[in-house]
Write a new protein. Structure first.
Length: 230
C-alpha cells in the first residue's frame, strides 16, 4: 500500500483545487505504531474521500470506524529574546542602555473538535488509512461535512460523534442524537463536561450515584435534564 506521503501526493494530483498547500496535511504519529494520518481541509473532504474510495490502486471502500476528539484551549509557553531600554548610571552619568534579555511569553491556542476516520480496502486487502478533519473552534463553529454520502457506514458513527462531542455534520441524511435523549443539551465526551448531581433517573444506579442523588433530594435541588458543561 502507498505511504501517507504518496497518498497525499496522489490526492494533490487528482483532486481539483487540492494542490500542494494546506488542503492535505500529514499528521505524524510518534508512537511505536507510526500510524500517521492525513488531515483534510473540510471544503475538499468529500471530493478527497470520493477519490480515496474510487481510486483503482487505493480502493478504500470500507470505513470501519469514526470517532471524535475534543481539543480544549491550551496555554503554551515560548521563550523569546526581547530588547529593552534601561537607565544605568555610568561614572555618575545616567545613560540609556539597550539590553537583550530572554523572557517567557504565554499565549492561548484555541481549541477545536476533530473527526477521525479509519479506512480499509476490502477489495485490495490493505489499510488502515486514517483521515481527519477539525472544526474552527469548539463553541459556535463546529460544522464539518458528512462523509456518509461516500461511506454509508459513517451514518450512525457520525450521529454518535454529534451526540457525544457536538460536531454538526452538514449533509448528513439523519443527524440526531443516538445515545442521549432529545432534551439533553450537553455533550458527555467533551473534556470539560461536568456530570449532573441528580442521577435519580438512572435505573441501575450504583451506590455512589445513589448517595449523590439522595444528597440532592435533601437539598431540594437537582437537574434531571442535563450536565453543566460547555
Amino acid at each position: 500500500m502507498k505511504t501517507v506521503e504518496e497518498i497525499k501526493a496522489a490526492i494533490e494530483t487528482a483532486v481539483p483545487g487540492a494542490g500542494p498547500g494546506s488542503v492535505v496535511e500529514i499528521v505524524p504519529n510518534p508512537s511505536v505504531s507510526g500510524q500517521h494520518s492525513l488531515r483534510l481541509h473540510p471544503e475538499y473532504a468529500v471530493q478527497i474521500s470520493t477519490f480515496l474510495r474510487d481510486d483503482s490502486e487505493l480502493s478504500l471502500d470500507f470505513l470501519s470506524n469514526a470517532t471524535g476528539v475534543d481539543w480544549p484551549d491550551r496555554e503554551v509557553a515560548q521563550k523569546v529574546k526581547v530588547t529593552r531600554t534601561n537607565t544605568k548610571t555610568v561614572e555618575g552619568v545616567e545613560q540609556q542602555v539597550e539590553e537583550t534579555v530572554e523572557e517567557t511569553q504565554r499565549r492561548v491556542v484555541p481549541g477545536c473538535l476533530e473527526a477521525v476516520y479509519h479506512l480499509f480496502s476490502v477489495a485490495k486487502g490493505h489499510g488502515p488509512v486514517v483521515i481527519r478533519m477539525k472544526t474552527v473552534n469548539r463553541t459556535d463553529q463546529v460544522q464539518l461535512p458528512s462523509l456518509t454520502p461516500v461511506w454509508r457506514s459513517a451514518e450512525f458513527q457520525e450521529r454518535e460523534i454529534f451526540d457525544l462531542f457536538g460536531i454538526v455534520f452538514t449533509g448528513h441524511p439523519d443527524l440526531r442524537r443516538l445515545l442521549m435523549w432529545d432534551e439533553f443539551k450537553d455533550h458527555p465526551m467533551r473534556r470539560d463536561y461536568v456530570e449532573p448531581d441528580d442521577f435519580e433517573y438512572e435505573p441501575t444506579a450504583h451506590d455512589e450515584v445513589l448517595a449523590r442523588a439522595q444528597g440532592q433530594k435533601k437539598q431540594g435541588t437537582g437537574n434531571r435534564d442535563q450536565g453543566s458543561g460547555s
